[in-house]
Design a protein around this ligand. Structure first.
Ligand SMILES: [Zn+2]
Length: 314
Protein backbone atom coordinates (compact mmCIF):
# COMPACT_ATOMS: atom_id res chain seq x y z
CA UNK A 1 0.00 0.00 0.00
CA UNK A 2 2.78 2.33 1.01
CA UNK A 3 4.65 1.64 -2.20
CA UNK A 4 1.51 2.34 -4.26
CA UNK A 5 1.16 5.62 -2.42
CA UNK A 6 4.76 6.50 -3.17
CA UNK A 7 4.24 5.55 -6.78
CA UNK A 8 1.17 7.81 -7.01
CA UNK A 9 3.11 10.63 -5.41
CA UNK A 10 5.90 10.22 -7.91
CA UNK A 11 3.36 10.10 -10.72
CA UNK A 12 1.74 13.33 -9.49
CA UNK A 13 5.15 14.95 -9.22
CA UNK A 14 6.02 13.90 -12.76
CA UNK A 15 2.73 15.26 -14.07
CA UNK A 16 3.47 18.55 -12.33
CA UNK A 17 6.91 18.74 -13.92
CA UNK A 18 5.45 17.95 -17.31
CA UNK A 19 2.90 20.73 -16.92
CA UNK A 20 5.72 23.19 -16.14
CA UNK A 21 7.67 21.97 -19.15
CA UNK A 22 4.63 22.34 -21.41
CA UNK A 23 3.55 25.78 -20.15
CA UNK A 24 4.03 28.15 -23.09
CA UNK A 25 7.24 30.14 -23.16
CA UNK A 26 6.29 33.46 -24.67
CA UNK A 27 9.19 34.16 -27.00
CA UNK A 28 8.93 37.52 -28.69
CA UNK A 29 8.03 37.19 -32.34
CA UNK A 30 7.29 39.60 -35.16
CA UNK A 31 4.49 38.51 -37.47
CA UNK A 32 4.35 40.04 -40.94
CA UNK A 33 1.12 41.85 -41.77
CA UNK A 34 0.48 42.00 -45.51
CA UNK A 35 -0.54 45.47 -46.70
CA UNK A 36 -0.31 45.09 -50.49
CA UNK A 37 1.35 42.75 -52.99
CA UNK A 38 4.86 42.15 -51.63
CA UNK A 39 4.49 44.85 -48.96
CA UNK A 40 4.50 43.88 -45.29
CA UNK A 41 4.48 45.67 -41.96
CA UNK A 42 5.96 44.36 -38.73
CA UNK A 43 3.85 45.91 -36.00
CA UNK A 44 5.53 46.20 -32.62
CA UNK A 45 3.76 46.42 -29.27
CA UNK A 46 2.79 49.91 -28.05
CA UNK A 47 4.25 49.57 -24.57
CA UNK A 48 7.74 50.70 -23.62
CA UNK A 49 11.05 49.21 -24.63
CA UNK A 50 11.59 46.06 -22.58
CA UNK A 51 14.06 43.20 -22.39
CA UNK A 52 11.22 40.90 -23.51
CA UNK A 53 10.31 42.90 -26.63
CA UNK A 54 13.94 43.51 -27.65
CA UNK A 55 13.13 47.26 -27.69
CA UNK A 56 11.16 46.55 -30.86
CA UNK A 57 8.16 48.54 -29.64
CA UNK A 58 8.03 50.32 -32.99
CA UNK A 59 6.86 49.43 -36.49
CA UNK A 60 9.10 48.14 -39.23
CA UNK A 61 8.38 46.80 -42.68
CA UNK A 62 9.70 45.08 -45.75
CA UNK A 63 9.07 44.88 -49.46
CA UNK A 64 9.66 41.75 -51.49
CA UNK A 65 10.86 42.70 -54.97
CA UNK A 66 11.77 40.30 -57.76
CA UNK A 67 15.48 40.53 -56.95
CA UNK A 68 15.56 40.82 -53.18
CA UNK A 69 14.01 42.27 -50.07
CA UNK A 70 14.06 45.91 -49.03
CA UNK A 71 13.76 46.37 -45.28
CA UNK A 72 12.32 49.48 -43.67
CA UNK A 73 14.40 49.98 -40.52
CA UNK A 74 16.57 47.43 -38.76
CA UNK A 75 15.62 47.27 -35.07
CA UNK A 76 17.45 48.13 -31.87
CA UNK A 77 20.12 45.43 -31.67
CA UNK A 78 21.88 42.59 -33.42
CA UNK A 79 19.60 39.99 -31.79
CA UNK A 80 16.55 42.04 -32.69
CA UNK A 81 17.78 42.18 -36.29
CA UNK A 82 17.90 38.37 -36.34
CA UNK A 83 14.24 38.35 -35.24
CA UNK A 84 13.37 40.73 -38.06
CA UNK A 85 15.20 38.47 -40.49
CA UNK A 86 13.21 35.48 -39.18
CA UNK A 87 9.99 37.37 -39.86
CA UNK A 88 11.11 38.07 -43.43
CA UNK A 89 12.06 34.40 -43.82
CA UNK A 90 8.48 33.39 -42.99
CA UNK A 91 7.49 35.07 -46.27
CA UNK A 92 10.43 34.70 -48.66
CA UNK A 93 13.89 33.19 -49.07
CA UNK A 94 15.14 36.11 -51.16
CA UNK A 95 18.15 37.94 -49.73
CA UNK A 96 17.71 41.18 -47.80
CA UNK A 97 19.59 43.49 -50.15
CA UNK A 98 18.58 46.96 -49.01
CA UNK A 99 17.84 48.51 -45.63
CA UNK A 100 16.16 51.92 -45.51
CA UNK A 101 16.58 53.93 -42.32
CA UNK A 102 13.65 56.31 -42.06
CA UNK A 103 14.31 57.56 -38.54
CA UNK A 104 16.82 58.73 -35.99
CA UNK A 105 15.59 56.72 -33.02
CA UNK A 106 17.56 53.68 -31.78
CA UNK A 107 15.16 50.97 -32.92
CA UNK A 108 15.20 52.28 -36.49
CA UNK A 109 18.85 51.63 -37.20
CA UNK A 110 20.93 49.84 -34.55
CA UNK A 111 20.40 46.51 -36.34
CA UNK A 112 22.07 47.87 -39.51
CA UNK A 113 25.40 46.09 -39.03
CA UNK A 114 23.70 42.69 -38.92
CA UNK A 115 22.30 43.18 -42.40
CA UNK A 116 25.35 44.99 -43.78
CA UNK A 117 27.42 41.93 -42.76
CA UNK A 118 25.21 39.90 -45.10
CA UNK A 119 25.87 42.35 -47.93
CA UNK A 120 22.84 44.62 -47.61
CA UNK A 121 23.15 48.25 -48.61
CA UNK A 122 22.06 50.70 -45.91
CA UNK A 123 20.17 53.67 -47.35
CA UNK A 124 19.40 56.92 -45.53
CA UNK A 125 19.27 60.67 -45.99
CA UNK A 126 22.13 62.76 -44.65
CA UNK A 127 19.77 64.52 -42.24
CA UNK A 128 18.73 61.20 -40.74
CA UNK A 129 22.33 60.05 -40.37
CA UNK A 130 23.27 63.34 -38.69
CA UNK A 131 20.56 62.74 -36.10
CA UNK A 132 21.55 59.11 -35.60
CA UNK A 133 25.17 60.08 -34.97
CA UNK A 134 24.17 62.87 -32.62
CA UNK A 135 22.13 60.55 -30.39
CA UNK A 136 24.08 57.30 -30.85
CA UNK A 137 25.99 57.30 -27.53
CA UNK A 138 22.87 58.27 -25.63
CA UNK A 139 20.71 55.61 -27.28
CA UNK A 140 23.32 52.89 -26.90
CA UNK A 141 23.60 53.61 -23.17
CA UNK A 142 19.83 53.49 -22.80
CA UNK A 143 19.56 50.19 -24.63
CA UNK A 144 22.43 48.57 -22.73
CA UNK A 145 20.41 49.29 -19.65
CA UNK A 146 17.20 47.76 -21.00
CA UNK A 147 18.48 44.88 -23.15
CA UNK A 148 21.55 43.87 -21.10
CA UNK A 149 22.97 40.64 -22.62
CA UNK A 150 20.54 40.97 -25.53
CA UNK A 151 22.40 44.07 -26.68
CA UNK A 152 25.78 42.32 -26.85
CA UNK A 153 27.50 42.43 -30.23
CA UNK A 154 25.49 45.43 -31.42
CA UNK A 155 27.57 48.05 -33.20
CA UNK A 156 26.14 51.38 -34.39
CA UNK A 157 26.54 51.59 -38.15
CA UNK A 158 25.03 54.44 -40.15
CA UNK A 159 24.49 54.48 -43.93
CA UNK A 160 27.96 54.79 -45.52
CA UNK A 161 26.88 57.07 -48.38
CA UNK A 162 23.86 59.07 -47.19
CA UNK A 163 22.03 61.35 -49.64
CA UNK A 164 22.35 65.09 -49.19
CA UNK A 165 19.01 65.83 -50.89
CA UNK A 166 15.72 65.79 -49.01
CA UNK A 167 14.14 63.59 -51.65
CA UNK A 168 15.59 60.46 -53.22
CA UNK A 169 13.91 57.99 -55.54
CA UNK A 170 15.01 54.39 -56.06
CA UNK A 171 14.12 51.61 -58.43
CA UNK A 172 14.93 48.36 -56.62
CA UNK A 173 13.99 44.99 -58.07
CA UNK A 174 11.48 46.71 -60.35
CA UNK A 175 9.75 48.67 -57.57
CA UNK A 176 9.83 52.39 -56.88
CA UNK A 177 10.71 53.80 -53.46
CA UNK A 178 10.62 57.48 -52.49
CA UNK A 179 12.55 58.55 -49.42
CA UNK A 180 11.58 62.03 -48.21
CA UNK A 181 12.34 64.44 -45.44
CA UNK A 182 9.26 66.57 -44.82
CA UNK A 183 10.60 68.72 -42.00
CA UNK A 184 11.53 68.05 -38.39
CA UNK A 185 9.18 65.94 -36.31
CA UNK A 186 9.60 63.56 -33.37
CA UNK A 187 13.33 63.80 -34.06
CA UNK A 188 15.09 66.24 -36.36
CA UNK A 189 16.00 64.19 -39.41
CA UNK A 190 13.11 61.72 -39.35
CA UNK A 191 12.01 60.79 -42.89
CA UNK A 192 9.20 58.85 -44.60
CA UNK A 193 9.23 56.18 -47.28
CA UNK A 194 6.51 56.09 -49.94
CA UNK A 195 5.80 53.16 -52.24
CA UNK A 196 3.93 55.05 -54.94
CA UNK A 197 2.59 52.00 -56.81
CA UNK A 198 1.10 50.38 -53.73
CA UNK A 199 0.07 53.68 -52.12
CA UNK A 200 1.74 52.60 -48.88
CA UNK A 201 3.49 55.19 -46.75
CA UNK A 202 5.89 54.20 -44.00
CA UNK A 203 5.51 57.40 -42.00
CA UNK A 204 7.83 56.56 -39.12
CA UNK A 205 7.60 58.69 -36.02
CA UNK A 206 5.75 61.54 -37.76
CA UNK A 207 2.61 59.48 -37.08
CA UNK A 208 1.43 57.64 -33.97
CA UNK A 209 -1.77 55.58 -34.16
CA UNK A 210 -3.82 54.28 -31.21
CA UNK A 211 -1.40 55.71 -28.67
CA UNK A 212 -0.49 59.24 -27.70
CA UNK A 213 2.62 60.67 -29.30
CA UNK A 214 5.40 61.87 -27.04
CA UNK A 215 6.88 65.37 -27.17
CA UNK A 216 10.50 65.63 -26.09
CA UNK A 217 13.01 68.48 -26.08
CA UNK A 218 14.13 67.19 -29.50
CA UNK A 219 10.56 67.24 -30.94
CA UNK A 220 9.78 70.79 -32.11
CA UNK A 221 5.97 70.80 -32.04
CA UNK A 222 5.46 73.58 -34.61
CA UNK A 223 7.78 71.90 -37.15
CA UNK A 224 6.23 68.50 -36.46
CA UNK A 225 2.76 69.90 -37.13
CA UNK A 226 3.98 71.34 -40.45
CA UNK A 227 5.70 68.07 -41.40
CA UNK A 228 2.50 66.22 -40.66
CA UNK A 229 0.57 68.54 -42.98
CA UNK A 230 3.12 67.92 -45.74
CA UNK A 231 2.65 64.20 -45.21
CA UNK A 232 -1.10 64.56 -45.66
CA UNK A 233 -0.45 65.78 -49.21
CA UNK A 234 1.23 62.51 -50.21
CA UNK A 235 -0.76 59.95 -52.25
CA UNK A 236 -1.02 57.38 -49.46
CA UNK A 237 -3.86 54.90 -49.14
CA UNK A 238 -2.26 53.07 -46.23
CA UNK A 239 -0.21 54.76 -43.54
CA UNK A 240 2.13 52.67 -41.42
CA UNK A 241 2.76 54.83 -38.36
CA UNK A 242 5.91 54.72 -36.26
CA UNK A 243 3.85 53.12 -33.51
CA UNK A 244 0.36 51.58 -33.54
CA UNK A 245 -1.67 49.83 -36.20
CA UNK A 246 -1.66 50.79 -39.87
CA UNK A 247 -4.58 52.92 -41.04
CA UNK A 248 -5.38 55.65 -43.55
CA UNK A 249 -4.67 59.38 -43.62
CA UNK A 250 -7.95 60.04 -41.79
CA UNK A 251 -6.78 57.89 -38.89
CA UNK A 252 -3.42 59.65 -38.88
CA UNK A 253 -5.26 63.00 -38.67
CA UNK A 254 -7.53 61.67 -35.90
CA UNK A 255 -4.76 60.22 -33.72
CA UNK A 256 -1.79 62.51 -34.46
CA UNK A 257 -2.64 65.54 -36.64
CA UNK A 258 -5.41 66.81 -34.39
CA UNK A 259 -3.24 66.43 -31.30
CA UNK A 260 -0.34 68.32 -32.86
CA UNK A 261 -2.80 71.07 -33.86
CA UNK A 262 -4.16 71.11 -30.32
CA UNK A 263 -0.67 71.56 -28.82
CA UNK A 264 0.43 74.11 -31.39
CA UNK A 265 -2.80 76.16 -31.23
CA UNK A 266 -3.18 76.16 -27.46
CA UNK A 267 0.12 75.62 -25.69
CA UNK A 268 2.47 77.60 -27.95
CA UNK A 269 0.53 80.92 -27.70
CA UNK A 270 0.17 80.48 -23.93
CA UNK A 271 3.91 79.88 -23.54
CA UNK A 272 4.73 82.90 -25.70
CA UNK A 273 2.39 85.05 -23.61
CA UNK A 274 4.02 83.90 -20.35
CA UNK A 275 0.79 82.42 -19.00
CA UNK A 276 1.97 80.43 -15.94
CA UNK A 277 2.63 76.78 -16.76
CA UNK A 278 0.44 75.54 -13.87
CA UNK A 279 -2.50 77.53 -15.19
CA UNK A 280 -1.97 76.31 -18.76
CA UNK A 281 -1.73 72.69 -17.67
CA UNK A 282 -4.84 72.94 -15.56
CA UNK A 283 -6.82 74.72 -18.26
CA UNK A 284 -5.89 72.13 -20.92
CA UNK A 285 -5.66 69.01 -18.75
CA UNK A 286 -8.90 67.33 -19.79
CA UNK A 287 -9.31 66.77 -23.53
CA UNK A 288 -11.97 64.09 -24.07
CA UNK A 289 -11.31 64.03 -27.84
CA UNK A 290 -7.98 62.34 -27.07
CA UNK A 291 -9.09 59.96 -24.32
CA UNK A 292 -9.08 57.09 -26.81
CA UNK A 293 -5.30 57.27 -27.14
CA UNK A 294 -3.31 54.79 -25.06
CA UNK A 295 -0.97 56.48 -22.52
CA UNK A 296 -3.25 59.57 -22.39
CA UNK A 297 -3.20 59.60 -18.59
CA UNK A 298 0.56 59.45 -18.30
CA UNK A 299 1.59 61.54 -21.28
CA UNK A 300 -0.89 64.30 -22.01
CA UNK A 301 0.14 66.67 -19.21
CA UNK A 302 3.78 65.92 -19.84
CA UNK A 303 3.32 66.82 -23.53
CA UNK A 304 1.78 70.15 -22.53
CA UNK A 305 4.74 70.71 -20.24
CA UNK A 306 7.34 69.84 -22.90
CA UNK A 307 5.65 71.98 -25.53
CA UNK A 308 5.45 74.91 -23.13
CA UNK A 309 9.16 74.69 -22.33
CA UNK A 310 10.02 74.72 -26.04
CA UNK A 311 8.21 78.01 -26.60
CA UNK A 312 8.38 79.79 -23.25
CA UNK A 313 8.77 83.50 -23.98
CA UNK A 314 9.80 82.86 -27.60
ZN1 LIG B 1 9.51 55.84 -32.14
Amino acid sequence: MASLHALLNTFTLLLGMLAITLSPVQAFELIPQKLADGVYALIGPTNNRTYENHALNNNLGFVVTRSGVALIDSGASRQGAALIEAAVRSVTDLPIRWVFNIGVQDHRWLGNAYFADQGARIIALQRTVNGQKHYADNHVALLQNVLKDRFEGTTPLTAPAPMRADFAEFELGGMAFQLRWLGDAHYRGDAVLLLPHAGVLFAGDIVFHDRMLGVWPHSPVDAWRDSFRMMEQLPAKIVVPGHGNPGDLAKARHDTGNYLDFLADNVIPAARDWEPLDAVTERLADQPQFHHLQHYDGWHKRNINQTYIQFEGK
